[in-house]
Design a protein around this ligand. Structure first.
Ligand code: NAP
Length: 330
């Protein structure tokens, strides 16, 4: 299969190459694409070096599938060009997520939505891990309201952000991605501020969760916070259900959800952390407890490697489903 990875030199793109190799995805030809700065450079895939090519070059080779992670404007401009030559595009940016004609997919939750589409959107990293834990509970107890507080890794902002943190740690003056120091600090600010005083990251969680769970009226409020962490995103989530729930049943439902691992043994100090989630494909859930301040309400802590299930793993899983559904040739 001819596979293009657009943004192949970035944090998500490199993780995609690792996940494609780990999953033995049937790649016969790989077309790594990046900006003009990187054309001619090499990336590693499956024990070989591959030369980075330009967007036009990749389109002219008509790949079967293109995994995009090069930012919204790049996807907006170039994803339709790939679709025109018959390529199925799986896009990691926010460019197409809220387009009503484009499915927004987490395979364990709403895989059926992919049928017949040439552009498929991967949700925001914070949203993917959230809906993985929420979907089975929503089906059973119906969620009325969510209050989300995130603790997001610098890897969620890309390679330059990671470099800023490492430079600050080493005492080097370098390029600034964040408006303030990130190392040894916490910034209640992910993505840009909107007119309603929420950030775009916060509103992505609201709109994308509603779309994936087909619940346009679900009450959701979020505060997204950047923390000097590398391994993954964490989320403290307060969930008010329509119906009364039983904690044992909550555990059973989460246990039965593919891709979710419960790590919840306070007596033995066992709970999810981004350090432990790093490099894993699963979403880890812990600190499960009733909110003692109001009825039908649950608290939980959700952690996942944002570059894995939050981006690369989810995209590769969609590609695997496309192969299984014969939407791209095996
Ligand atoms: N990081 C995450 O956790 C995460 C999760 C979900 C979704 N995403 C989304 O994935 C995308 C990439 O994120 P990232 O963290 O991997 O960023 P990154 O580390 O900054 O990498 C950006 C990639 O895009 C390439 N690129 C930039 N401009 C381009 C252009 N005009 N044409 C072709 N390629 C271009 C870069 O190439 P050069 O190396 O040549 O500059 C690089 O390969 C973003 O849309 C982001 O919102 C990220």
């Amino acid at each position: 299969m001819k596979v293009a990875v657009v943004g192949a030199t970035g944090l998500v793109g490199r993780e995609m190459l690792r996940v494609l190799a780990e999953e033995n995805f049937p790649v016969t030809e790989l077309f790594p694409v990046a900006s003009a700065r990187s054309v001619g450079n090499q990336v590693e895939f499956a024990g070989k070096s591959w030369t980075v090519i330009s967007m036009d070059d990749a389109i002219s080779r008509k790949p079967d599938v293109a995994l995009f992670s090069a930012g919204g404007s790049v996807s907006q401009e170039h994803a339709p060009r790939f679709a025109e030559v018959g390529t199925v595009v799986i896009d990691n940016s926010s460019a197409w997520r809220m387009d009503p004609a484009v499915p927004l997919v987490v395979p364990e939750v709403n895989m059926d939505a992919i049928q017949g589409h040439k552009i498929i959107a991967n949700p925001n990293c914070s949203t993917i891990q959230l809906v993985m834990a929420l979907a089975p509970l929503h089906t059973r107890f119906r969620i009325r309201r969510l209050v989300i507080s995130t603790y997001q890794s610098v890897t969620g902002t890309g390679k330059d952000a990671l470099q800023q943190m490492m430079d600050e740690r080493a005492g080097i003056e370098g390029k600034k991605v964040y408006p303030d120091v990130i190392d040894m600090n916490v910034l209640p600010h992910c993505d840009v501020f909107l007119d309603n005083d929420y950030t775009r990251e916060e509103m992505k969680m609201v709109h994308e969760t509603r779309k994936i769970l087909s619940s346009p009226d679900m009450a959701i409020t979020a505060t997204a916070v950047r923390v000097p962490v590398m391994g993954g995103h964490s989320e403290a989530v307060n969930i008010e259900f329509e119906e009364e729930f039983d904690l044992d049943e909550v555990r059973k439902l989460l246990n039965a959800m593919p891709g979710v691992t419960i790590q919840d043994d306070p007596a033995n100090l066992s709970y999810p952390t981004p350090r432990n989630a790093h490099g894993h494909n699963d979403v880890f859930v812990g600190r499960l407890r009733r909110d003692h301040s109001q009825p039908r309400t649950l608290n939980m802590f959700i952690v996942s490697d944002n570059l894995r299930k939050g981006a690369a793993t989810n995209a590769v899983q969609i590609a695997q489903h496309l192969v299984a559904a014969r939407m791209i040739p095996a």
